[in-house]
Design a protein. Structure first.
Length: 268
């Protein structure tokens, strides 16, 4: 189907999905760009419909992807450039946007992995940081990301973009701090909490066994709940004026130190 009107109901609905309240109500979100749609298609992520604009394609692979999406019963809409520009949220649109579902998972859904590496992210506020944590967790072979007291929507389009599509393959659970702590302790997972207010340096801690790296909000860091329950509060040494790093960068440093100690094992 070709769409040339800015007032088309399908386009207006998709534009409304930029708003978190509407996403939460509909349990739908937007995926933009070839890489995000390619990985979503390859992993069987639930896609409802796809809007495309051939004039904006960056290469020749887009047509093959559209054929695959059509074969999976994803409805396709060809948009005029001015209509697609209204729908796109990236500065440089690539001519592909899909409407997808927002699967939610509990701790029971992700299961427990023997000798697992977990990331617990508390109250992360910025979508780009949450996406970066996902990307690093995937790269370091972490077994799951667990979200507590979330401040940003997991399916914010900017989270999906910053994750480079790893959101489609990383096991992710959302739960309360009490439930997460009980689940980790029941499974004998060691808690390593990132905080600038610790005497222990992160490289001095044994991360070869079952561990959870616990990271807090950008502005205030971890809550007293996690700081009080951590087996090892650790810091990343800082030699300059700043006393801490961006949470996404801190997560990468801790994750790849854990991966190094664990022999660069791939996710179970």
């Amino acid at each position: 189907m070709n769409i040339t009107s800015l007032q088309n109901p399908k386009v207006k609905y998709a534009v409304r999905l930029r708003n978190r309240g509407f996403r939460d109500k509909e349990q739908k979100t937007l995926l933009e760009g070839y890489r995000a749609l390619r990985r979503a298609c390859d992993t069987g992520f639930p896609l409802d419909e796809c809007f495309y604009c051939p004039e904006m394609f960056l290469g020749s692979n887009e047509h093959t992807l559209l054929e695959e999406l059509s074969a999976k019963n994803v409805t396709l809409y060809c948009l005029a450039p001015e209509v697609f520009a209204k729908l796109a949220y990236r500065e440089r649109p690539e001519g592909l946007i899909a409407v997808s579902g927002c699967p939610r998972h509990s701790l029971g859904d992700i299961g427990f992995v023997e000798n697992g590496l977990y990331v617990v992210a508390e109250s992360i506020e910025k979508p780009g940081n949450l996406g970066a944590i996902l990307r690093s967790a995937d790269g370091a072979g972490a077994d799951a990301l667990i979200l507590c007291d979330k401040k940003t929507d997991l399916y914010n389009p900017n989270v999906i973009t910053a994750s480079t599509g790893t959101i489609f393959t990383m096991p992710i659970a959302e739960s309360s701090p009490d439930e997460v702590y009980s689940w980790l302790k029941k499974n004998n997972v060691k808690l390593i909490a990132a905080t600038p207010h610790s005497d222990k340096i992160y490289t001095d801690i044994d991360m070869a066994g079952p561990v959870a790296l616990v990271l807090g909000a950008e502005q205030f860091g971890l809550s007293e709940f996690w700081l009080g329950k951590a087996d090892f509060p650790v810091r990343i040494p800082m030699a300059g004026l700043a006393d801490s790093l961006n949470v996404g960068i801190a997560a990468a440093i801790l994750l790849f130190e854990a991966a190094r100690q664990r022999g660069w094992r791939k996710r179970s």
